[in-house]
Design a binder for this molecule. Sequence first.
Ligand code: SAH
Length: 406
Amino acid sequence: MSLRQLVETRINYLALMNKVYLKRKISNRISGGHPWIFGNEIERVDNGINPGDIVEVFFSDGKFVGKGYINPKSQILIRLLTRDRKQQINEQFFIDRIAGCWEYRKKIGYVENCRLVFGESDEMPQLIIDKFNDYFVIQTLALGVDLWKGSFVKAINEIFKPRGIYERNDAPVRELEGLPQQKGFLSEPFDTKIIINENGLKFYVDLENGQKTGYFLDQQDNRRAITKIVKGAEVLGAFTYTGAFEIHAAHSGAKSVLGIDISESAVKQAGENALLNNLQEVVRFETANAFNTLKQWAKDGRQYDVVMLDPPAFTKSRETIQRAIAGYKEINLRGIKLIRPRGFLITSSCTNLVSPELFLQIIDMAAKDAKRKIRQVVFQTQSPDHPVIRGIESTQYLKFLIVEVQ
Ligand code: SAH
């Protein structure tokens, strides 16, 4: 037996060892295709399994479920990578998967900038890779994918010949997996303040210090959806971040645009983006807390033709969902009060736990409280490079609504 065969036999032997059996009575979520397996759904785990290992999962009757990675530290004990027992989980597996993600993005027309890998939607749970033209940002948000980070870098190098790769693992969710928060280069160092093109406009993206991976690619189609209704309008945008919506509005013929954000550095970058597109005459930015400011401006009698709201996620846990609902209701009520008759509210929610139906109900409540009738113009989700998978609710997280406010 050659050394290689010996090693492979050993690997197969270990793979055989790593078995997990589910309880008899579990919800049909797993058989329905959902990739998460919770600790309380498991009957028995083989001895000798290490955190991050690939395991084989079986139903209680011995039928094969799939292969995935395990982490006893996490409430989601196992996340499945495949339902095909013959598939070996190794470096080539991840390289092939990432190549598949790229083929899909090319097919649907998201080439220059895109979310190349969207975790569960691409059957690589908790792995995020954003492509910003020749630069890539990686997040490995669970131990089971963190261990394969080198393979992801290899895949990107093989497929794209990138100018730079950056790790943005400074995400608090990593702590739930027992992982440290960290960021840094996964390629030769490069200037992390880059410029991207979106819908014919230019934006600086700060890959090192920007929020999340530096830029919110999920709104790229939604930014295009506002172009008609902002023509000739006085526009207010709250939660502007680096001004992407506001600069689209200014470019699309708005009369004036004001963007506000609580973060001083975001406002500074938004101003730089206005200059980059030569729109500084039309759009300006201010540092302000949207909750207090919108309330005060409504009292002062200020009015706008279009108000845009794009707040951060208000909660990540079910315990505080009521507070998130109250937050959305409050901010949308404040926004609606500032809108002239027959103006428009453009409002988003990226809170996973707020379903599209619930979001619409919240906006209805806000309109009712403001004693205004609303008429729906557009209701959609994130751009398709962040695919939605039926049955995996967390993959449809963004709600984007435009209503006429009568
Ligand atoms: N519209 C942006 C993304 C917004 S992200 C885009 O298209 O890129 C949410 C923003 O809300 C962040 O920049 C954050 O700094 C800001 N924010 C959070 N709380 C706020 C508050 N109370 N008032 C104003 N801005 C706030």
